[in-house]
Design a protein around this ligand. Structure first.
Ligand code: PDD
Length: 281
């Protein structure tokens, strides 16, 4: 496929970044993942705003304007044949001759973007075919700034792998006894018809999908709360969902071998999934 690297549109498999890039040496960079439906980026402005926040948090600024970033994304969509896709946009501090920890005076950032296909849109009638996830819980071993969408994802990868090795699909992360999010998605539970998600903090990412679901809840008069979720409350939930730009709203039907609700995706999930599908079109 066609990717973007530092001003050029290139063959993805040929694209190369120098070993002295601080992204390679230090994981010094940030990223975004933007879903594309029927050729249109979804909630693009929210993604660009979060990108700017991540950049500011690591003391970086970019010469490219929001419009220029949007043009890169639009061009990748045009140059590739996917209807439904996700765009991965990564920005690192760039290439510096000396390896030292302090941030060098800013030179040219490395700006990279690629696009990959997403599975075709599941129609409302197929919603029942969406597989509920089985998850485990584990101590969150990541750092204290999970609000930054940093490219340093080794802990996330380890925690995801831990789930797969115990026959589950993902891991819900627990810090100070509270469930915060999963390895690459936000967490919601439903109790007695009320949607509950942990409040924004430095322990989780401010998901664009999370924000959108709260907006939908608001629009449709579904009650919701942003409050901490103690780990033990997971098993008591009627429903659990994991949400992200690529997973949309994924129902969870098992936590540490305890069945959630009826063991099937729940009715509030179904309703929210339908609202989501309608609006993303
Ligand atoms: N991950 N929490 C974490 C740790 C994430 O990595 C993600 C997204 C989310 C959900 O954010 P959003 O709704 O804006 O996609 C929450 C992306 C998809 C990824 O790493 O591939």
């Amino acid at each position: 496929s066609v990717a973007y690297l530092n001003g050029h549109y290139v063959d993805l498999e040929q694209a190369k970044v120098p070993v002295l890039d601080r992204g390679f040496l230090f994981g010094d960079g940030i990223y975004e993942v933007i879903p594309v439906y029927a050729g249109n980026p979804f909630r693009l402005t929210s993604h660009i705003n979060r990108l700017r926040k991540s950049l500011a948090a690591i003391y970086m600024s970019l010469p490219q304007s929001d419009d220029e970033l949007k043009t890169i994304i639009g061009t990748l969509i045009e140059k590739n044949p996917y209807d439904n896709a996700s765009v991965y946009l990564q920005i690192t501090r760039g290439v510096y001759v000396e390896r030292h920890h302090d941030f060098p005076e800013q030179g040219e950032a490395t700006v990279f973007a690629m696009i990959s296909p997403l599975p075709p849109v599941q129609k409302l009638s197929q919603a029942t075919e969406i597989k509920g996830y089985s998850v485990i819980t584990a101590e969150d071993i990541r750092w204290q700034r999970c609000d930054i969408k940093a490219i340093t994802l080794l802990a996330n990868c380890m925690l995801k792998q831990k789930a797969l090795e115990s026959g589950a699909d993902d891991t819900i992360l627990v810090r100070n006894g509270e469930a915060s999010e999963a390895t690459s998605s936000n967490l919601f539970i439903v109790r007695d018809g009320v949607i509950i998600t942990p409040p924004l903090s430095e322990h989780l990412l401010a998901g664009v999908t999370r924000e959108f679901i709260l907006l939908l809840a608001n629009q449709h008069g579904i009650p919701y709360e942003e409050r901490p979720i103690p780990e033990h409350e997971l098993e008591l939930a009627d429903e659990i969902w994991l949400t992200s730009s690529t997973k949309e709203i994924r129902p969870v039907v098992k936590v540490n071998d305890v069945t959630i609700g009826s063991g099937q995706p729940g009715s509030v999930w179904r309703q929210m999934y339908e609202y989501y599908q309608v609006l993303k079109e």
